[in-house]
Design a protein around this ligand. Sequence first.
Ligand SMILES: Cc1cc2nc3c(=O)[nH]c(=O)nc-3n(C[C@H](O)[C@H](O)[C@H](O)COP(=O)(O)OP(=O)(O)OC[C@H]3O[C@@H](n4cnc5c(N)ncnc54)[C@H](O)[C@@H]3O)c2cc1C
Ligand code: FES
Length: 278
Amino acid sequence: MYQIVEKKTISENTKMMKIKAPLIAKKAKPGQFIILRIDEKGERIPLTIADQDKKKGTITIIFLEIGRTTKKLGSLNTGDTIKNVAGPLGIPSDIKKYGNVICIGGGVGIAPLYPIIKALKEKNNYIISILGAKNKKLLILEKEIKKISDELHITTDDGSKGHHGFVSDILQQILNKKQKKIDLVMAIGPVIMMKVISNITKKHGIKTLVSLNPIMIDGTGMCGGCRVIINGKTKFACVDGPEFDGHQVDYDNLILRNQRFIQQEKEACKHHNITTTT
Ligand SMILES: Cc1cc2nc3c(=O)[nH]c(=O)nc-3n(C[C@H](O)[C@H](O)[C@H](O)COP(=O)(O)OP(=O)(O)OC[C@H]3O[C@@H](n4cnc5c(N)ncnc54)[C@H](O)[C@@H]3O)c2cc1C
Ligand code: FES
């Protein structure tokens, strides 16, 4: 059993939890994730390790309450327990000195981006962060990311904060200005966002890494549920990723695969009387 030692609401429908998991906290690296199961009958869901405290033996998760399991998780409180937490899973991010790095986070994708920015900054990269959300109420980790970025740009779809539009608009503006040579673009967010970003950076010949979010079940490379097509070859995002070269991802296939269970997800929410945010 894994105890929740802290819980906070950090924006509309987004919760932060610190969970006592000393062995995972000791080993986890930026870019890795856990798979948890709330109780005996619960489904397994992947969530990124957004932070960790080796001394206290805790890991931090930040999640959007989108469907049945994340809503149920969000209803738990400090002191409650989670049945299983498996991890750290996935290949850690390749953290090194690149030079000038643009880090782009969309929606709850900002959470998994945070530990990567922190680690890239520790390696003395110049960090330009671009954070986007549907509206200012859904924007997370702005203060924390501002502290570790050399430049910060905010965008909202409805214009309630920062640039009225998408993160890709700001990326395009920065690249058009050609003030700095950009050595890496790191993007985490909705699949369509990562697709648009990768199309832009491909034209400029800039190395781009994206973190993919296919439906995962075991997280250990056995079920094949998370398969994605990279450069025409099948890869399992849980063991070969979740980060991949953004220019090699078959995004349309991923979008299609992620829509496979929409009907069942809706039925699960209806059955359990849950209002969804989708
Ligand atoms: C490596 C990885 C890291 C992730 N990190 C985070 C994170 O830090 N914060 C966060 O809010 N979300 C994260 N997600 C997405 C998160 O797993 C889903 O939001 C969650 O599983 C939804 O479950 P649900 O029952 O609440 O919603 P449902 O109504 O069942 O599903 C809503 C949507 O979530 C996705 N989803 C559902 N089940 C799974 C599953 N087993 N595996 C992957 N996606 C699923 C689908 O796109 C689906 O349409 C991550 C996904 C992956 C693959
Ligand atoms: S989740 Fe089963 S192979 Fe990746």
